[in-house]
Design a protein around this ligand. Structure first.
Ligand code: TXA
Ligand code: MG
Length: 329
């Protein structure tokens, strides 16, 4: 039954199918599409709800930042700040299997959930005619992790996607097997020294020929980076207090469902009044950021159930609440 339904969502990537897929994306639904590396599970990168649906479909136990796919370097430059290295790398390797992590522009209309609350974005221009046609038709950046369930290997054919996620996407565009077959190289360019976060389709040597020496994340001691960069997850400046039924004086309150009486509106956000975990996931990082103000002593957070997306929400909340050394944002 499931299989049959999934089968109908699989469509050869004709111009007409691409138009339909773009309409799904604009309506906030998920579309799997081919890139030169692996198939991506795409959503409107500007929509918190659409991005939350990606995490739900993948059943990811936590929110990892997603790659934002764009049409070209000019579109990327509207979302992130390019430096000279990024410009050289874009000229040499885009379109292609290179993802660059760069500081996010203040006015970038990208879901905070897509970047898991970080003020950086991983951006890339895919080198695949179907991906490019889809980006052009959707007229917006697409957040897309590899189109597999969490913990499974990345799909390199439309059939792989159908078997893994078929029932959870509006459509799968079949563009044949992926040419590269491994994911993009992820390079962090937010610090003075470029850091390789994930090896992939573009080799480190090829990158070094363009921008010089690159450090490897978590290994080399010469990867001297500013403390802020060491945070691989969003860490609010305020302390975070979990499983709080109500705020203490001076605290802001992040509610889930019912709201305790007497909390002033400025100090309150409700992740989901109707206790919907997908809605809560969609709002999580934007609301944490909204409450992360020096005027509050701490952010108290309501208990969140551990089921479904609640596991990922709680994972991030526990990290946000973990005691930190000197690292402050
Ligand atoms: O080839 C690929 O990169 C495929 C296709 C679909 O483009 N996508 C892919 O996405 O592999 P995903 O979500 O499976 O892997 C994205 C990687 C993760 O390791 C994530 O941590 C990293 O990129 N990443 C994305 N944005 C980041 C950011 N702002 N900071 C640090 N790492 C980031
Ligand atoms: Mg992946």
């Amino acid at each position: 039954m499931r299989r049959t339904r999934a089968h109908h969502r699989l469509a050869s990537a004709t111009p007409n199918a691409i138009r339909r897929a773009a309409a799904h994306l604009r309506a906030g639904r998920l579309v799997a599409f081919p890139t030169e590396t692996v198939y991506g599970l795409g959503a409107d990168a500007g929509s918190d709800r659409a991005v939350a649906a990606i995490y739900a479909a993948k059943a990811r136990p936590r929110f990892n930042p997603l790659i934002v796919h764009v049409l070209d370097a000019a579109a990327a430059a509207k979302l992130v700040h390019f430096d000279a290295r990024a410009r050289r790398l874009a000229r040499r390797f885009w379109p292609g299997p290179l993802t660059m992590v760069l500081p996010r522009r203040a006015n970038a209309k990208i879901s905070w959930l897509a970047s898991a609350g970080l003020d950086t974005l991983g951006v890339r221009v895919p080198d695949h005619p179907v991906a490019i046609a889809l980006l052009r038709a959707a007229r917006r950046p697409l957040a897309a992790p590899s189109a597999n369930r969490s913990g499974k290997i990345s799909p390199t054919s439309a059939g792989d996607v159908a078997r893994s996620l078929g029932a959870r996407v509006a459509m799968i565009l079949d563009g044949g097997p992926c040419r590269v077959g491994i994911e993009s190289t992820v390079l962090d360019l937010t610090g003075r020294r470029a850091v390789l976060l994930r090896p992939g389709g573009v080799t480190r040597e090829a990158l070094e020929r363009v921008i010089g020496r690159i450090a490897i994340a978590g290994t080399s001691s010469d990867a001297v980076r500013s403390p802020g960069q060491l945070a691989s997850h969003y860490a609010p400046g305020r302390p975070v207090r979990l499983k709080a039924r109500r705020p203490r004086p001076g605290e802001a309150y992040l509610a889930f469902g019912a709201v305790p009486r007497g909390v002033p509106p400025v100090a309150l956000r409700n992740l989901s009044p109707k206790r919907d975990l997908a809605e809560a996931a969609a709002n999580l990082f934007a609301f944490l950021r909204a409450l992360d103000r020096p005027r509050f002593a701490a952010i108290a957070v309501a208990p969140i159930p551990e089921r479904g997306l609640g596991a990922a929400i709680n994972d991030r909340l526990r990290r946000a609440a973990a005691p930190r050394r000197s690292v402050k944002k």
